[in-house]
Design a protein around this ligand. Sequence first.
Ligand SMILES: *Cc1c(COP(=O)(O)O)cnc(C)c1O
Length: 451
Amino acid sequence: MQTKFILPEDRLPKQWYNVIPDMPGQMAPVVHPGTGQPVSPDDLAPLFPMALIEQEMSNQRWIDIPAPVLEILRLWRPSPLYRAHALEKALGTTAKIYYKYEGVSPAGSHKPNTAVPQAYYNKKEGIKRIASETGAGQWGSSIALACQKFGLECTVYMVKISYAQKPYRKSMMQLWGANVIPSPSNLTNSGRGILAADPDSNGSLGIAISEAVEDAATHADTHYALGSVLNHVCLHQTVIGLEAKEQMAMAGDYPDVVIGCHGGGSNFAGLAFPFVADKAAGKQVRLVAAEPISCPTLTKGVYAFDYGDTAKMAPISKMYTLGHDFMPPGIHAGGLRYHGASPLVSQLLHEGIIEARSVGQVGCFDAAVLFARTEGIIPAPESSHAIRAAIDEALLAKEEGQNKTILFNLSGHGHVDMASYDAFFAGQLEDFEYPSEAITESLKHLPKVAF
Ligand SMILES: *Cc1c(COP(=O)(O)O)cnc(C)c1O
């Protein structure tokens, strides 16, 4: 009864898989928020290195991973694939459950898989500093680590309330050499504007993004980096699924269903996209994105053009969205509170190639606790959405007396998120289903685009 399926280092994928050539239909253009015209590479050049802009728009199926990037990924990759024997037993299910564990990275999640190549391409283009934002700190710590490895300076605008409430993630970023600034700050015009109106502002991810983008756009030696949503981020995450396919083969299995939690779409894309290629070649495999009922972008949003940010400064993309002024309630899976979704994940959902479902946070914590008590690993609150969905699939298989092979992504561990478990055990968590009327209202404010 094998538990871990470990690939040797030399089987770390040498290329990323780009899903675009295997998608039905054309990608919709990305639109400039000021001109209403499709965004050109030059529009993006103040924020991103050309290599990433090219990847964003590439039609090439396989893209080489540079050797210096592989060298750093090898610190924790290939990541292990586990068979969840103890969880299966606790559920009494006939299903087989496998999970790919991304919590083995130094920052404890999948995010360094893209932070490292992003830092690399910026360094190669002569950039000296990265400015970025972070909410709960998972992305901030990943980009801080990556900048440290390539000798780049790193400025992280951290949502002020999280800066106060999650001091240990701030410490991680500082340990890896980043300059962490509570946002809103008085260092940018957007921050000063917010502070003038509300000196006690707690900040928000939208405000922090505006500050980081302004910082990058106003300094020639500085670029911006984003931890999810964009095509190049999904591309970098495909090492997860490419490894998982080899590991499932080592186990002599192939999944009937592949599950990832969904915030902006990157860890789901990372595991699921390499299976889209199989699906395009005629294989039967279901691909399921699991999101919170309190931020139901894929299950209750519309597929439309919308701004990437609240301030309407980011490009307009065609994606599933709840509206850019959607205000998600404060849930514990802070990484799953984005109003939009990756345009690639969105188009695949629209075309019926993937599925989406939403799960409540109490059921997610129930699942996370059962998982920690059987498999041992303490899941990140975000990852618990995938666990819930996987357990539900396994229970359904049991009810229907079916054999089923389930593969899910355990996107990270929850070591710096124990406060959310405290809140759960104190009975302070409840399920909040976002009211349809509020979604209808925010959807009235979508931009009008001529494509
Ligand atoms: C950020 C984060 C997520 C959500 O982001 P995606 O881009 O949707 O993957 C999920 N899990 C963990 C552990 C995270 O840190």
